[in-house]
Design a protein around this ligand. Structure first.
Ligand SMILES: [Zn+2]
Ligand SMILES: [Zn+2]
Length: 163
């Protein structure tokens, strides 16, 4: 995932990478290949690198515990400056390239953004109904009667009062 920028004239150049997740050191839940598309805009003072990736993952839903596959995609922009700026420290996505260097390696930043693309809460679908806390039935598939009975129990004393 290296781009030897010294081989390219100023202007826009595009690159595609397809790498097995294992080669990137990415284990579970990721699988298959990671696709990366990079758009490099090179000028005499800097390189702006826009990257777009997608990667497949096998996840387990937090609510219904079903296993499902999902493709995650993301994008990020990195800037590489040819002249050193004093106040570079604050911005994580800006780098300095010394005249001795000839290539940029997207991999470390890519891995960071790939890991960030995984959500904190994993749901098979936005409105997953989850499992019934009483009988364990998958409420996406079946409609168990536990909740209905519970409502009956709650209302039973009131119904008696009514009588
Ligand atoms: Zn679910
Ligand atoms: Zn139930």
């Amino acid at each position: 995932m290296e781009i030897k920028y010294t081989n390219y004239a100023d202007g826009v150049h595009e690159f595609d990478f397809k790498v097995p997740v294992g080669t990137l050191g990415l284990g579970k839940p990721f699988f298959g290949n990671l696709n990366l598309h990079c758009k490099m805009d090179k000028s005499s003072s800097q390189i702006v690198l826009d990257s777009f990736f997608d990667i497949g993952a096998i996840l387990v839903c937090d609510r219904c515990l079903a296993e499902f596959e999902k493709i995650f995609s993301g994008s990020f922009e990195l800037v590489y400056l040819f002249t050193k700026k004093e106040d570079l420290g604050e911005d994580d996505n800006v780098y300095y390239l010394s005249p001795e260097e000839s290539k940029i390696n997207v991999k470390p930043d890519l891995l960071e953004f790939v890991n960030l693309s995984l959500p904190m809460k994993i749901l098979c679908k936005e409105d997953c109904k989850g499992l019934c806390s009483k009988c364990g039935a998958d409420l996406n598939l079946v409609d168990c009667n536990c909740n209905k009975e519970e409502i009956n129990l709650i209302w039973a004393p009131l119904l008696k009062l009514k009588d």
